[in-house]
Design a protein around this ligand. Structure first.
Ligand code: FMN
Length: 174
């Protein structure tokens, strides 16, 4: 199903996604959260195995506790809501790739509603503690947290390499 919107408008939207780590306290409505989760549900995965599960965290005390764990997840502290991704822990390469796809989908789905977000990774110790806190069994991997909320300030304009440093035509040139 093609979306009826000018292509440039759609690609401008995709290009505008930035990490947001500063949030208003304003909560996300259930409708918005469900819509973001639906976008995530339709994420592609290797052999359509749909590895990634999502834990939605709304409780402030849980967000605070997670924000204090090892890694780079301090932005969960001020988030209106957090989503933690759970992968089965059976095929690291494939699951990590699909986790990235799902994370980007969550961020884009959120941004479509004006909700900012940032990915954060737990350290190995933080992963264990996050699992303990959330009742996740030993085998699955909890590595990625996504903080969500309406931006408190305009997102930083992070820079990118010029396209000439990124793209190779026909053959790789070092
Ligand atoms: C695999 C991965 C791990 C990341 N881990 C963190 C993290 O631990 N903490 C954090 O604040 N941001 C994290 N980020 C977000 C990046 O810092 C962000 O995408 C990058 O700085 C570009 O930001 P911009 O889009 O706002 O320019 C991660 C992003 C990815 C893809």
């Amino acid at each position: 199903m093609a979306v009826e919107a000018p292509p440039r408008q759609l690609t401008d939207f995709l290009r505008s996604l930035r990490a947001v780590r500063d949030f208003q306290r304003k909560p996300l409505s259930d409708d918005v959260v469900q819509d973001i989760l639906e976008v995530a549900r339709w994420s592609g995965s290797a052999s359509n195995r749909q590895f990634v599960e999502i834990i939605v965290i709304r409780k402030r005390e849980t967000l605070q506790a997670l924000a204090g764990l090892g890694g780079y997840v301090g932005h969960l502290r001020g988030a209106a809501l957090g989503m933690l991704l759970v992968a089965p822990g059976e095929w690291p390469e494939g699951e990590t790739f699909d986790e990235g796809r799902a994370a980007e989908r969550i961020m884009l789905g959120a941004w479509a509603h004006g909700v900012g977000s940032s990915i954060g990774w737990f350290s190995p110790e933080g992963r264990k503690e996050a699992k303990r806190l959330l009742g996740v069994p030993a085998k699955p991997v909890v590595r990625t947290a996504i903080s969500l909320g309406y931006p408190a300030s305009p997102p930083r304009r992070g820079s990118r390499k010029p396209i000439t440093e990124l793209v190779h035509e026909e053959r790789y040139r070092a």
